[in-house]
Ligand binder design. Structure first.
Ligand SMILES: [Fe+2]
Ligand SMILES: [Fe+2]
Length: 288
């Protein structure tokens, strides 16, 4: 039997990257929560809307992977899982502080976070494999978004440096650990047709539900700021999302790569970005 035909040959271990847990603090200035990105509420609050999902989302990812910790025999994958949990816990901690700034500015955002938490608790009533398929779908989504952020300097071009560093750090660590949950999936579910169907459905459902929640959050926050009729703000965010810069437009193809039966997160080889982790940690030491 060739390597390809083995149903449970889980992953190409030569491509395995073991992430490193970093205990870093970003101390984002709370008073700039609505204007930190290019002095634009539309840009700042778009990323703030995403941040609402992180602390509860990362806890959900940790639990989904932890469910299978004892089922993993490969010592490297065990180490990678431990570091994955450590990294997501740090992201949660830093985004909690970030979100507190948002909750002070837009009190309704606290209820939004609670709503995401309730939804994820419902998902936790599903079988463990459904929880993990949701996690690997959202990790794929996060990884391609992170890659877009790292590749497109205009997204954070005029951002307040503490906020910019936090987003870059999160994007780099999401890149560093992007295959961990997926490798756990391959180790416990393999590449059979049922597993393929389940992970593909996971991405479709997760994407629909994510945007069905995130867009109303964004609109409610802009409404609170009385920015819904700001045509200049809309032009700016549309240019970033779908127009000339087109971050979301460019995500369609990497998003769809997930449906290739042989897909693995490192098929999108952006390892070179990880070299930036060193300069980022040096920069944090300098400003501490
Ligand atoms: Fe994260
Ligand atoms: Fe992650």
């Amino acid at each position: 039997m060739t390597r390809q035909q083995q149903p449970h040959t889980p992953y190409d271990s030569a491509r395995r990257i073991i992430p490193t847990q970093r205990n870093l603090h970003f101390n984002v200035p709370a008073e700039q929560i609505a204007s930190w990105n290019n002095h634009s509420m539309h840009l700042s609050h778009f990323l703030n809307s995403l941040s609402i999902f992180f602390p509860v989302g990362e806890r959900f990812f940790i639990d989904s992977v932890r469910n299978y910790r004892d089922a993993i025999a490969d010592p490297d994958l065990k180490r990678a899982v431990k570091a994955f949990i450590g990294q997501e816990a740090m992201h949660g901690r830093e985004h909690e502080q970030y979100n507190e700034a948002l909750f002070r500015r837009v009190p309704a955002a606290r209820a939004m976070e609670k709503m995401v938490d309730r939804l994820l608790r419902l998902v936790q009533k599903l079988p463990k494999s459904s929880q993990l398929s949701t996690t690997i779908a959202l990790e794929h989504f996060t990884a391609i978004l992170a890659d877009a952020l790292l590749n497109e300097p205009r997204i954070l071009e005029n951002a307040e440096p503490h906020y910019a560093r936090l987003w870059i750090w999160h994007a780099l660590e999401e890149t560093e650990h992007k295959s961990v949950a997926f490798d756990v999936w391959l180790a416990v579910r393999g590449r059979g047709p049922l597993a393929y169907l389940q992970r593909s459905m996971g991405l479709i459902v997760a994407t629909i539900i994510f945007w069905a929640i995130a867009i109303p959050f964004y609109l409610r926050i802009l409404g609170h700021e009385r920015q819904l009729s700001n045509a200049r703000g809309w032009r700016e965010i549309l240019r970033y999302a779908f127009g000339e810069i087109g971050v979301l437009r460019k995500l369609v193809r990497p998003w769809a790569d997930y449906f290739r039966p042989s897909f693995h997160p490192w098929d999108h080889d952006n390892q070179h970005q990880l070299a930036r982790l060193k300069s980022l940690t040096n920069e944090l030491e300098r400003v501490a």
